[in-house]
Design a protein around this ligand. Structure first.
Ligand code: ATP
Ligand code: MG
Length: 400
């Protein structure tokens, strides 16, 4: 990692995970793995861990892409392109000068030096480094001034075990926890605005996801499935590859529609979805179900409806958006990049058969009576047998 810089060097900082006590090595290993996975295709790259930091080397032409990708890796708090210098004051001053020159805009340009001495064997304290490097920069020919409060650039210097690292820019990471450290879940992913955002929040807290989408061919077309594939790719940029399960749902929907009171249809469909989701989750070893439901957003998301859909499964159902307004969810969808795909106009299986007045206060007994009219367990089983599974977001997407 010397200053010749054949490779560009990025310093990656992580935060919350440093606090997790005994789990710390596990978190760090996972984050390192996720960083490598995110950099796939930008090779040859190298990821090295050094007490509280990752150092990522990438070919210079991939620096920008690498920074963009790392800004989506949960667990990362910030990252900086860095230059290195040997642990000698003169070499550090030289590298600091190059950094200052890069940002210099003209006479009166202001700067500040901020040193951090992680390696206490280095013979100067942080304030001494600040002063000495600052003085050297002032004497170096550019017309600059020191401004400790509002400098145009901060020359940061980290003195570590083997080298000094210098940087003037930091980009924010997404925070959160490395995907995979808290567990694995199944995301019910429609093509709508909400569920991809719910998935993003699951990933943010370190839950690795598989996704389940119900589609209703021939009533819903390729367009609807393509939307979901695209949403998985977007989520995979945050969470690593996502296994997507496509379950055909038309038959169940049609049979329910023919035999059940119309007002209950949505609730009954959702109960069937949840049962199928739970079976799949258990088969795949996924401990929790995620949905994009938000309390009161639509008739099927009243407390009563949430209660009777929850009642058919025993796995926990997590709803990260439960307290969000639609406007807040939309803003988040735009921020994470799923919105434009979500609003593509293709029918979702649930929008197909929406009754004009769905029940908002369903009675469990009435639902159960309606369900008894159909061989639902067999139908659900059949739907599961017809599942198609794809791995999305990997360099080579697969289909089996
Ligand atoms: P979204 O914007 O996520 O589609 P929504 O506001 O349209 O949500 P509903 O259609 O009632 O609300 O769906 C509620 C939740 O049920 C969704 O957020 C999603 O988790 C799940 N869901 C709905 N339709 C499907 C589907 N076709 N496949 C998988 N899950 C679905
Ligand atoms: Mg929807």
């Amino acid at each position: 990692m010397r200053g010749e810089q054949v490779q560009s060097l990025l310093m990656v900082r992580y935060g919350e995970i440093a606090l997790k006590g005994k789990n710390r090595p596990f978190f760090e290993k996972k984050l390192g793995h996720n960083i490598k996975e995110a950099l796939g295709g930008l090779g040859p790259f190298n990821v090295a861990f050094q007490r509280g930091r990752y150092f990522v080397q990438v070919p210079p032409q991939h620096t920008y892409a690498a920074m963009q990708r790392l800004q989506k890796v949960f667990g990362i708090v910030s990252l900086s392109p860095v230059q290195t210098a040997p642990l000698e004051l003169e070499a550090i001053c030289q590298q600091a000068y190059l950094l200052l020159q890069e940002q210099y805009t003209g006479p009166g340009f202001t700067f500040k030096v901020a040193a951090r001495r992680a390696n206490k064997r280095f013979p100067f304290t942080s304030p001494e480094i600040n002063r000495r490097v600052g003085e050297a920069l002032l004497a170096d020919g550019l017309e600059t001034k020191v401004d400790l409060h509002h400098p145009q650039v901060v020359i940061n210097i980290e003195i570590r075990e083997k080298e000094a690292y210098l940087f003037s820019r930091s980009l924010p990471g997404p925070g959160g926890l490395p995907v995979g450290v808290t567990g694995r879940g199944l995301l019910l992913l429609s093509g709508g605005i909400d569920s991809p955002v719910a998935g993003w929040f699951a990933l943010k807290r370190g839950v690795q996801l598989e996704a389940l989408h119900f589609h209703s061919p021939p009533f819903t077309g390729e367009g609807a499935v393509n939307k979901v594939l695209e949403l998985c790719r977007i989520l995979a940029a945050y969470g690593g590859e996502i296994i997507l399960h496509l379950v055909p749902f038309a038959e169940i929907q049609q049979k329910l529609r023919r035999s059940c009171p119309e007002a209950m249809l949505i609730t009954l469909m959702r109960r069937a979805m949840f049962r199928i989701a739970e079976k799949l989750a258990r088969k795949r070893g996924l401990g929790v179900i995620y949905t994009g439901e938000s309390l009161g957003q639509v008739a099927s998301q009243t407390l009563e409806n949430l209660t009777v859909t929850n009642a058919v499964v025993s796995l926990p159902v997590l709803r990260p958006l439960i307290g969000f307004d639609k406007a807040e969810i939309t803003a988040q969808a735009q921020k994470i990049g799923t919105y434009a795909v979500s609003i593509r106009p293709f029918d979702d299986c649930c929008t197909l058969f929406v009754p004009p007045h769905p029940v908002t206060r369903p009675h469990a007994a009435a639902l159960e009576a309606a369900e008894k009219k159909l061989p639902l367990p067999a139908l659900q089983e059949e739907a599961l047998e017809k599942i198609e599974t794809r791995v999305m977001g990997s360099a080579q997407e697969t289909y089996f």
